[in-house]
Design a protein around this ligand. Structure first.
Ligand code: ADP
Length: 377
């Protein structure tokens, strides 16, 4: 199949960054996104303005492109299945997405294919609630959680019960709290012929369940890297996924790796690849879904730090002064998503600072320096 027009369900910052890579590869990007002001609209060849779970709109999108890929997993799988049955080509396929969309199903699937995960159970009744005996415990919404929204670390029965009631006692995922020493992540891609590429393993740093920065390469042993790479390889082979996946992981004090979450798409922990690697995760997603040759990914320098610029107030400001100050730092690249409104916790942009060999040990200090400029009063 000669693919020239790639449809994307979603028009946020991930599709926006994919838009630049599409232009470089001579591909057209056509997006389905709710708002004219969404970041990727400015970089799309064509736009279907509609909610991302509107399958009638996706049918229109399918008429405009050769293949459809995804920016997030908040899709209506059942409705898309009828389009797939009519011959619409989704990459990743709906079969490979199906076990991943719901966090409880995803944990169950990962366990079935033999990958290490935290102990977990479904919370659906008062009896399930009463049977919890160890705290802290982690409660998660099964769908539509992101950036830590829908994830709660709870210290006792009272907190657990109150939080669950806040969700109208709907079915949720309950899992053991992992006292990790580090959080890691990796991006892995697979194409139609089964070729697999794995990016370097990164360390991610979360505050209140939200990623603030990422450091690459992760400062871990080669055995840990091998565990991560084996997990990545098993996952994409079992799923038969065509596309790119982000894998979030916990590292325990005895150097065991556990999978926290799979995102079947480009991921925040891979944003550093734009400036830090020979091929970005966005280009890689396009290469996999458009059947182009894969490029083996590697760092262009010794390492990199990526800092998220998160909203810390409700405002219509464009923060030009702070952006200029950060951009003037050496070896620093700022990506501003052009959102029209800032809200607390909203991802407004990110910064990559490329590191030399001698700066590798200063990753955290450099991330803190950039964050202190961004969050200063
Ligand atoms: P989201 O999908 O919203 O990003 P995650 O499930 O990835 O939510 O959780 C966000 C963060 O919450 C993780 O990066 C980690 O810091 C913390 N967290 C999630 N699950 C656990 C757990 N089982 N034990 C300890 N911390 C956890």
């Amino acid at each position: 199949m000669n693919i020239k027009r790639v449809g994307v369900i979603g028009g946020g910052q991930l599709a926006w960054m994919m838009g630049e890579a599409a232009a470089d590869l001579g591909l057209e990007l056509i997006i389905q996104t709710p708002q004219q002001t969404d970041p990727a609209v400015s970089r799309a060849t064509d736009v279907i303005l509609a909610p991302i779970d509107d399958s009638l709109a996706t049918a229109k999108l399918a008429n405009l492109c050769d293949v459809i890929t995804f920016e997030n997993e908040f899709i209506n799988l059942q409705q898309l299945q009828s389009l797939a049955a009519q011959g619409v080509c989704f990459r990743p396929s709906l079969d490979s997405l199906a076990p991943l969309l719901d966090k409880y199903d995803q944990r169950s699937y990962l366990q079935t294919i033999g990958l290490p995960v935290p102990q977990f159970t479904a919370l659906s009744s008062e009896a399930d609630l009463d049977s919890v005996s160890e705290f802290p415990v982690v409660l998660k919404a099964r769908r539509h959680g992101y950036d830590g929204q829908g994830t709660f670390i709870l210290q006792n029965h009272q907190e657990l019960s109150a939080t669950w009631r806040g969700f109208n006692c709907s079915p949720m995922l309950l899992e053991e709290f992992i006292p990790f020493t580090k959080e890691l992540a990796v991006m892995v891609g697979r194409n139609v012929s089964g070729e697999i590429i794995i990016y370097p393993v990164v360390e991610t740093y979360q505050k209140n369940q939200v990623c603030h920065w990422v450091i690459v390469p992760a400062d871990v042993t080669s055995e840990v890297i091998e565990q991560v790479n084996a997990i990545a390889q098993t996952l994409v082979e079992k799923l038969q996924v065509v596309g790119i996946c982000g894998i979030e992981l916990f590292l325990t004090k005895d150097n065991q790796v556990l999978v926290n979450e799979i995102a079947p798409r480009t991921h925040n922990s891979g944003h550093y690849t734009l400036d830090g690697c020979n091929v970005s995760q966005f280009e890689m997603q396009l290469r996999t879904v458009a059947d182009l040759s894969l490029i083996s990914p590697s760092l262009k320098s010794a390492g990199a730090v990526m800092v998220n610029l998160l909203g810390y107030e409700t405002s219509q400001q464009d923060y030009q002064a702070k952006r200029s100050l950060i951009s003037s730092l050496p070896n620093t690249y700022l990506h501003w998503y052009g959102k029209t409104e800032s809200r607390p916790g909203r991802k407004l942009g990110h910064v990559t600072r490329v590191l030399s060999e001698t700066e590798l040990s200063q990753g955290t200090a450099i991330a803190e320096q950039i964050a202190s400029i961004w969050y200063s009063g």
